[in-house]
Design a protein around this ligand. Sequence first.
Ligand SMILES: [Zn+2]
Length: 412
Amino acid sequence: MRVTGLLEEIATIGRDRITGGYRRFAFTADDVALGEWFAARVRALGADVTVDRCGNQWAWWGDPDRAAARGRPGVVTGSHLDSVPDGGPMDGPLGVAAALVAVEALRDNGILDEAIAARGRPLGLVRFVDEEGARFGLACSGSRLLSGISAPSSVLALRDAEGVSYAEAARAGGLNPDHMGRDDETLRRVGCFVELHVEQGRALALPELNVPVGVASAIRPHGRFRLDLAGRADHAGTTLLADRDDPMLALATVISVARAAASGHGALATVGKVEVAPNAVNAIPSGVRAWVDVRADTEQQVRAVLVDVEAAIGQAAVQESWTAATVFPADLAAEVAGAVGAALGSGPVPVLPTGAGHDAGVLAQAGVASSMLFVRNPTGVSHSPAEYAEPDDCEMGAQALAAVLTRLLAVE
Ligand SMILES: [Zn+2]
């Protein structure tokens, strides 16, 4: 099996004919088709697929319950198959396809049998449901429910654009909403989790690194802040400049200061949404509402950007959401980076942070030893039909993943 061949097998499922992007949403017919493909591929590798109470699909080589009872929980890999609206072909499926190729390699070279027979260490493959949250607005709901990071009551009441609730969609998908929530029986089987993912950025492609595979150190902290900029509505044709109280000038300051502050503090800041009242061509606005999204390696850097913006306009921002950093275990990341490097014939590969959320991050928050491999993305574009990784890099990613799993299965 090759990674690109596997991606080709599902290339038409959920693809929009006009945009060429994917619209693979949770608990839809396309989602079911992807799940059936996954199950068939797993069966061809000699394992059965089970669905946990929260809708995630699992396959095991070896007996995970027996292993967990003896204190030797399994090594697990996998990712997701759903997409954002008009998503690309790699975000999610690359991790599932690479996992299938890696499992096949470990089966063929005898490492899987040895791990199971000699050490009692099973290997698991998971396909998480609804990672992108495109339908109900909550990312990683499958892993959040499974791990108890999100309460079932808050997830099951979410509704899609048609008014269908998460509970109704899950029930139509064969799940019992009354049984959804933290699943210790399933979690107990997972000793560690490694997710391979296309890089959503181009750090690995930059000349200073230029490596096909890297490892995640952390998911950056992330804040969303709102600014309400007040002004006074007036006539665009008669009000002297000196007499105006124009909130658009404050908005301009916010945008330019956020950019400069982000640059100065090593952060990313985006003013991506504004509301202008009354939003008329010939009126000085009475008010502007603007949202600033700030991400950086540390909370201090995010706060420093915000302090600069607030000082420039003499006004405090309202914090609408705050997502703390997820730090992947550093010893595991170092071990993974070493195994990847050995597979690529180099020293340890770079370990770097990302600004995007993942199921591996949710599991890490829940206390599962988790790690991520990133495959180089030449343009950095993701969540777009233009998302791409070189075929050779995809295959190297699968080889690197196989090397990582080999090392983790060998742990006594
Ligand atoms: Zn993803």
